[in-house]
Design a protein around this ligand. Sequence first.
Ligand code: MG
Length: 239
Amino acid sequence: MRLKRFWDDAIHAILSQDNNSIMTARNNHFNKLKDIASFIRPEDAINHMVISTYIFDFDGTIADTSIYSKLFPKLMATLSKNTGLSNVQIKEKAIKQYRLKEEEGRLDTKDLFKAFGQLDTYYEAIENELWKKDFIKKDVIEKIKKITERKGIAANSLKRTILLWMKIYSLGNLFDFIFTGDDSKYTKSSVLYWKDLMRKEDITPKECMFIGNNKKEDADIPSTLGFKCILINDFLKLS
Ligand SMILES: [Mg+2]
């Protein structure tokens, strides 16, 4: 029992890479992270965990999202041509009439096309570009292929988007489940998203490793529910 507690602390320390959280969690029992973790290699700690399910984020973790910034000017030109509106007018109409909200100062391109009834045009452009070049992260895919436990995806994206990537890169058989923005009315920044995921896919968080690229959405929020979380660059370092 004591040994198990020790491992849990060590794992937490290594995965969170956060001195302060460990000190708080253990009531200042440990002075520094290295006091408990210095002689444990991360790969040993990971191997020691009982992980029955591995879940991956999609955008930025499996998918190289540079495709979206690359296509943005071309997509906006198409939308402008099809609607007869300038970019400024498109933005104004989207916010006032279609009630779209900006995130980090910009509107989501897919939401724009959807609002103007041009979603098929959007997906056509994405599909054409995906066929031209590898936007899938091959090193991550190779690593996922070696995992024998249950594997899934949990993303904010629409199912249609993920299925398109799966089709083009022949990844249909790699995952046991795909949980998307269509499966929850919340996004990953809400614990309710994670609760929907747990319910739908019958997941016990402490037996689940989540791998993503966004500290807040993919680690800070799910770890409050007990998910073991690791960011993609650290995941790739593990043997
Ligand atoms: Mg991501």
